[in-house]
Design a protein around this ligand. Structure first.
Ligand SMILES: Cc1cc2nc3c(=O)[nH]c(=O)nc-3n(C[C@H](O)[C@H](O)[C@H](O)COP(=O)(O)OP(=O)(O)OC[C@H]3O[C@@H](n4cnc5c(N)ncnc54)[C@H](O)[C@@H]3O)c2cc1C
Length: 465
């Protein structure tokens, strides 16, 4: 294996969530020191308890980890999956222990080749944070907000990152390379707008979604064969969906959601009524006799947002935005963390080429953005198409919307474990969508379309308590 070439003294990462921490892990191979600047306080970052962090408000809600994301994180941080289990994550076979209803159709239960880990989001954050901050040349400065990027006299490179603590003290950090992983509301796109470079082109797909989430203690004597039940709305006829997960410490984590303004309430009676109104009773039955632990929390999400930095004619040479700062995906498809982990792996490949002298500094951001964009195209297309089945969804649909939707709907209704297994590998961001074009899969799909077995009625749920 080639030893990475050193690229500089100091790399600065803004934000200590998934994108920032995993990026720091990669940069630690190339820079003498990696400094993560995070506005949350040290005691929050220590994650001594499984309390959601203030700077990651979405971490109170269900976070499903796709297999592609688990594999990418395990690759960057060996032992990650074992640590999830040690922290109480439940594990099972994806198509055997996850029940889900999509487009009015329950998937058949079968043994797929995908492992599923089920836990609350703070479990993931705790493990990733501890593993990354144990790397000797990474340190975090907490309780500071990054306010500005300072350019050199030719306005081509960021020389310093300006951060302010709660007392108002300003510090300028020297930077050879900068990553803005500040999430959807990150500074970098706003800073670009006011700079000579201008704002990146944006694409917003609007569907006015809201989540309401609550935790319940569950009876440990109930031995579930399922770990998670997901009721996706049958679009466009239904606006409401929900998920119940068996997470660590014998708890149910329940998220209810509604599109296009049909938002779930945050009081107990309203929450249970909303659960009861779902087209199938599994979630309501799980919680109807249980008392919520703590408040019911709401998160509004107006739509998926993609910033096309790769389409900008030029950007500063030594700063890139990654993670939700580049693309924030519809949470109902559970692609965020996995997309981020795969982006970081793509950036790792480009940095390796840069370190070998194959990519110049001037070309680096563009190369990184093209690599990230190729990664994000897949989850973006998967979640985008489904949302456009609602006539009220705003934004631009893909020109391939009709054929792609037709193929996906037929795959999903084929009930063929072989076809579905390959489809799930694509949805879990393990395999490319082109893998569905294998002759074996196409032949089965063709036979299925000839027999016209499509039905809009629910098939029987195979997995049960
Ligand atoms: C309701 C909801 C549910 C979701 N469910 C899932 C799911 O089931 N599965 C899944 O994989 N993904 C899910 N996601 C997406 C997932 O949460 C994100 O993709 C993931 O957290 C990665 O985001 P990130 O690291 O880019 O940014 P974030 O997680 O938003 O973190 C940004 C970090 O930067 C810090 N920061 C921001 N600005 C500054 C600044 N100026 N100075 C210093 N620090 C700063 C913040 O404090 C924070 O720590 C969901 C998202 C939402 C909203």
């Amino acid at each position: 294996m080639n030893t990475p070439h050193r690229l500089g003294q100091t790399a600065i990462v803004v934000g200590a969530s998934t994108a920032g921490l995993l990026s720091a892990r990669v940069l630690s191979e190339y820079y003498d020191e990696v400094i993560i600047l995070e506005r949350d306080h040290a005691e929050d970052l220590a994650m001594t308890s499984l309390r959601p962090r203030k700077g990651i408000p979405q971490s109170r809600h269900i976070h499903i980890l796709l297999s592609g994301g688990e594999m990418a994180i395990s690759d960057l941080l060996p032992g990650f999956a074992d640590d999830l289990v040690a922290a109480g994550a439940q594990t099972g076979n994806f198509a055997y222990t996850i029940r889900w209803r999509l487009s009015g159709h329950w998937y058949p239960q079968f043994k797929s080749d995908l492992a599923q880990y089920v836990q609350s989001r703070p479990v993931i954050d705790q493990i990733v944070t501890r593993k990354v901050l144990a790397i000797p040349n990474i340190r975090v400065v907490s309780g500071v907000k990054v306010k500005d990027y300072l350019l050199d006299s030719s306005a081509t490179r960021v020389t310093h990152v300006e951060a302010q603590n709660e007392e108002g003290d300003i510090t300028h950090y020297d930077a050879d390379f900068v990553i803005d992983a500040g999430g959807r509301g990150a500074l970098y796109p706003r800073w670009l707008k006011d700079s000579p470079y201008g704002a990146p082109p944006e694409h917003l797909i609007g569907f006015d979604l809201a989540y309401s989430t609550c935790t319940f203690d569950r009876d440990p004597a109930i031995d579930h064969t399922w770990l998670l039940t997901a009721l996706y709305p049958h679009i466009p006829d239904e606006l409401r969906g929900g998920v119940v997960c068996c997470i660590e410490n014998n708890q149910y984590l329940v998220t209810l959601y509604g599109y296009h303004g049909d938002h779930p309430p945050t009081d107990e009676a309203g929450f249970k009524e909303f659960a009861k109104s779902l087209p199938s009773p599994e979630i309501y039955d799980s919680i109807k006799d249980l008392a919520p632990k703590g408040d019911i929390i709401r998160h509004k999400f107006i739509g998926s947002l993609r910033r096309h930095y790769e389409r900008m004619p030029r950007t500063p040479q030594n700063i890139v935005a990654i993670g939700d700062a580049m693309c924030s995906l519809n949470p109902a498809f559970a692609q965020g963390i996995s997309g981020v982990a795969l982006e970081v792996k793509a950036m790792q490949g480009v940095l390796a080429d840069h370190a070998q002298g194959h990519i110049s500094q001037a070309a680096l951001p563009k190369k990184i953005y093209h690599a990230l964009s190729r990664v994000i195209d897949v989850p973006w297309d998967i979640s985008r198409d489904e949302c456009f089945k609602y006539p009220h969804t705003t934004g631009n649909r893909s020109i391939l919307y009709a054929p792609q939707t037709w193929v996906k709907d037929h795959i999903m209704r084929s009930n063929d474990p072989d076809v579905l297994n390959q489809f799930f590998r694509v949805v879990h961001l393990v395999d490319s969508p082109f893998s569905l074009l294998q002759p074996r899969i196409l032949a089965k799909l063709f036979r299925f379309t000839q027999h016209k077995q499509i039905s809009n009625e629910d098939t029987a749920i195979v997995a049960s308590r």
